[in-house]
Ligand binder design. Structure first.
Ligand code: ASP
Length: 317
């Protein structure tokens, strides 16, 4: 019988990073090693039940993630999802913006097959790098019958695109799914699922959006920025952004999306001038619980960076 294919797309990150010393976990350069080489050094892949294909889509430190890379990645993911013999995809990615790319792909493509993002907190040259095990776990997840949607796996924990968030600057288990909890774990190559595969219909994906975003080279995307509420917050930042032509604003409010009155007034003024405004929370857990008649719509449980992705996709048409 012909082996099913798993496609591994490389985008860079620490998983592809190199340092001068095997003991240096912070002073390294991300995005140096090609995806083919990263896969080749994992002996366990040699006897894989699936055929592994690799493609280098980008080679960036994900702190520098751009719309051009997102557009290219979406095109390639969409291409491989349409191949009948492709069982699933793995994407190697930096940890810094992994949650944004995961939600971008979920909201845009709403895939019925698994698209698994994975990463590393230590560079490939570390004495004990975490990237190879994360890659093995990602391939185990992408080959699992019935797995679907955009997922992330790091340190053996499976997260959904909607819930995943980087919460630690250094430790290997750097991600959390907050109060939703993880989807499950990968243990010795086997999955232990804690809940159903995430709901794949996000309501964001539409043919028009897909077509436009997929053809885009990233240069003409709308401008959507994030502002935050804090002690002493005022109107100046919002006013400057509106004056410079911003089309969308996500506000990371305090607590249940609360806003300093001066910031709120500026946001309402921006909204009245045609800027799309969405209210999220800067709290890591919980979600904004709206009241009927709230003037600024809430982010439906999305974090500020993911609410921004939704606004981008809505404005991209
Ligand atoms: N700055 C790196 C990146 O996001 C960090 C990492 O991958 O852990 O690409």
């Amino acid at each position: 019988m012909k082996k099913k294919k798993i496609v591994i797309l490389g985008t860079g990150g620490t998983i592809a990073g190199t340092a001068a010393s095997a003991f240096d976990h912070t002073g390294y350069t991300a995005a140096q090693v090609g995806i083919e080489q990263l896969v080749a050094v994992i002996p366990a892949f040699a006897g894989s039940a699936c055929e592994l294909l690799t493609e280098q889509v980008a080679q960036v430190d994900s702190k520098d993630m751009s719309f051009a890379v997102w557009a290219r990645l979406a095109v390639r993911v969409n291409h491989f999802l349409a191949q009948a013999d492709v069982q699933g995809l793995v994407i190697t990615h930096g940890t810094d913006t992994l949650e944004e790319t995961a939600w971008f792909l979920q909201a845009l493509l709403d895939p019925g097959k698994p698209v698994v993002l994975t990463c590393a907190m230590r560079p490939a040259t570390a004495l004990a790098p975490d990237g190879p095990q994360n890659m093995l776990d990602a391939v185990a997840l992408a080959s699992h019958p019935g797995a679907r949607g955009v997922l992330a796996v790091c340190a053996g924990v499976i997260h959904s695109a909607r819930d995943v968030q980087k919460v630690h600057t250094y430790r290997l288990d750097a991600f959390s799914s907050g109060d939703a909890g993880p989807v499950g774990y990968v243990e010795e190559g086997r999955l232990r699922l804690l809940r159903n595969w995430p709901e794949t219909h996000t309501g964001q994906a539409s043919t028009a959006m897909k077509n436009i975003a997929l053809q885009d080279d990233g240069h003409n995307w709308p401008r959507v920025e994030i502002v935050m509420n804090y002690a002493g917050a005022g109107a100046a930042v919002v006013q400057a952004l509106v004056a410079s032509g911003v089309q969308g604003l996500v506000v990371a409010g305090t607590g249940n999306g609360t806003l300093h009155h001066a910031l709120e007034a500026a946001l309402l003024q921006a909204q009245a001038a045609g800027v799309r405004v969405v209210r999220a929370t800067r709290c890591l857990e919980g979600r904004v619980l709206p009241k009927a008649g709230n003037a600024i719509p809430d982010s439906q449980g999305l974090s500020p960076v993911k609410a921004r992705v939704n606004l981008l996709l809505e404005l991209i048409t």
